[in-house]
Design a binder for this molecule. Structure first.
Ligand SMILES: Cc1cc2nc3c(=O)[nH]c(=O)nc-3n(C[C@H](O)[C@H](O)[C@H](O)COP(=O)(O)OP(=O)(O)OC[C@H]3O[C@@H](n4cnc5c(N)ncnc54)[C@H](O)[C@@H]3O)c2cc1C
Length: 445
């Protein structure tokens, strides 16, 4: 079995699996040897219907993810969109409002000249699509998938990163030019290696579940700010003629047990009271799951032969649905850097190249972190002056088309340049504008 790799990706979650897909497309041409390491056994057996999974991998659990227009474009370049889009729901309208106050704003795909502002995908479907895409990839033999297996330790040795891996009780050692840590926000290796990061608990949980309504959602996503925290209601695909929405309800820690403890009828009535009837009457509720919320940003994201991506680099409040979209832009940019370096015969662990990648990502990361963090604080306050300010802001946004376009482009993941991941000879990380039209168009979907 091979023990020398060009790149080892730690974690086959949403981010790690996306990076593998991006690299595999060029692996044969560039003679790349890739390893992917994931502790959780695959829940996706051949012929298994994902709807009936109970025991799923954490990244691909009961949540749904709002993918931005830009993320759809990236998945399109990775040849994943065609399959993924079989079970995504378009977001054609976004309605932001402040419960009990006058502030509200609406965005529409038509006004922004696009087919959809974004798409909602259930994480289980995203997982099944990504992992089956990798498995069926024509360059699959360039990838060694260790599963179930975990990275236990990593050290630099003779210009390589040496990794100790536990695979079902057996310890093996492999070497790589580059270790990509995509092992999530609770990365233990990040602690062991002493990567510094700042962390702030929001003292909130996100309660998520799928809901059934008595009428169609009309492709509207709602973000409703309430005095106890924001409620997001995302449109889902219809299933067995049921009108479904995905709920993300941000609750202060002190209220989580009480709300989670309610029986289904009491839960639906509490939620209906807080959210109102804009989506209709709630008539059914699925399994409820809670996630503690925190902001975590790694201050050090790169060393010679090691780079952090996804939640291991930045974990955001889900209020603005930015976490994975930001991470996917990072994945696309990292893939571009690695493919270009490999094509030029450079080491993939080269610190200058990796630092350039991290530097290029700084502005986008900062913007997404600030946007989600500031929105969370601004919309979780009862302070009357701040509440007045935010309502004036929402109203102003609603009546000012230019401001709306800036806001919409940011929500659509189009405020930073779109990478080109198609052909190695065109992949130059410093040139990446050709797929980023000034005005997004409808083509391609
Ligand atoms: C309630 C909620 C709603 C959200 N909604 C949105 C949204 O609408 N839009 C959006 O863009 N983002 C959203 N996000 C954020 C998004 O879920 C995250 O950005 C995303 O899950 C990060 O993926 P990841 O692969 O980096 O980490 P993870 O999903 O945590 O995956 C890490 C993987 O690494 C593996 N691993 C762990 N340790 C090891 C080890 N030692 N060795 C090898 N592998 C290891 C794990 O098993 C796992 O598979 C939401 C988040 C929450 C909590």
């Amino acid at each position: 079995m091979n023990s020398q790799f060009d790149v080892v990706i730690m974690g086959a979650g949403m981010v790690g699996a996306s990076l593998v897909s991006a690299l595999l497309n060029h692996a044969k041409t560039l003679d790349l040897k890739i390893a992917l390491i994931e502790p959780q056994a695959s829940p996706y057996q051949a012929g298994h219907n994902y709807e009936h999974l109970n025991d799923y991998q954490s990244s691909f659990d009961a949540r749904s993810t709002a993918l931005s227009f830009g993320s759809a474009k990236i998945f399109q370049q990775l040849d994943i969109w065609q399959q993924l889009s079989l079970q995504v729901q378009k977001i054609e309208h976004i309605h932001v409002s402040d419960k009990g106050h006058f502030g509200a704003t609406r965005l529409s795909a038509k006004q922004q000249n696009v087919d959809a502002l974004g798409y909602v995908v259930e994480n289980q479907w995203l997982g099944e699509t990504l992992l089956s895409h990798i498995d069926a990839h024509p360059n699959r033999n360039c990838l060694q998938f260790y599963r179930p297996a975990s990275v236990i330790s990593a050290k630099r040795r003779e210009g390589l990163t040496q990794l100790e891996i536990d695979t079902e009780g057996e310890s093996i050692t492999i070497n790589a030019q580059l270790l990509v840590m995509a092992d999530g926000g609770r990365s233990t290796l990040r602690e062991t290696l002493g990567f510094s990061y700042k962390e702030e608990s929001y003292q909130q949980h996100a309660l998520i579940c799928n809901l059934e309504f008595d009428r169609a959602h009309k492709n509207i996503a709602y973000e409703r700010f309430t005095d106890t925290g924001p409620i997001a209601m995302l449109p889902l695909t219809k299933q067995k003629k049921r009108h479904r929405n995905a709920l993300i309800w941000t609750l202060p820690d002190a209220q989580v047990d009480e709300i989670q403890g309610l029986d289904d009828n009491a839960f639906m009535s509490q939620l209906q009271q807080r959210f109102g009837y804009r989506s209709g009457r709630i008539i059914g509720v699925g399994q409820r799951v809670c996630y503690p919320l925190k902001l975590q940003v790694a201050q050090e994201q790169v060393r010679s032969g090691i780079v952090l991506v996804g939640n291991a680099a930045h974990t955001l409040h889900p209020i603005a649905g930015q976490g994975f979209n930001l991470a996917l832009r990072g994945v696309a940019s990292l893939a571009q850097h690695l493919i270009a370096a490999s094509a030029q015969g450079k080491s993939l662990g080269d610190l200058a190249m990796l630092s350039e990648f991290v530097d290029n990502r700084q502005a986008d990361q900062q913007m997404a972190v600030n946007f989600s963090d500031k929105s969370m604080h601004l919309f979780s306050t009862n302070h009357s002056l701040l509440a007045l300010g935010r309502d004036l802001g929402l109203q102003l946004l609603d009546i000012c088309p230019a401001a709306k376009t800036v806001f919409a482009r940011s929500a659509m993941g189009l405020s930073s340049p779109m990478p080109n991941l198609r052909t190695p000879q065109n992949i130059d990380p410093s040139k990446h504008n050709e797929l980023n039209p000034t005005q997004p168009t409808e083509q391609g979907y």
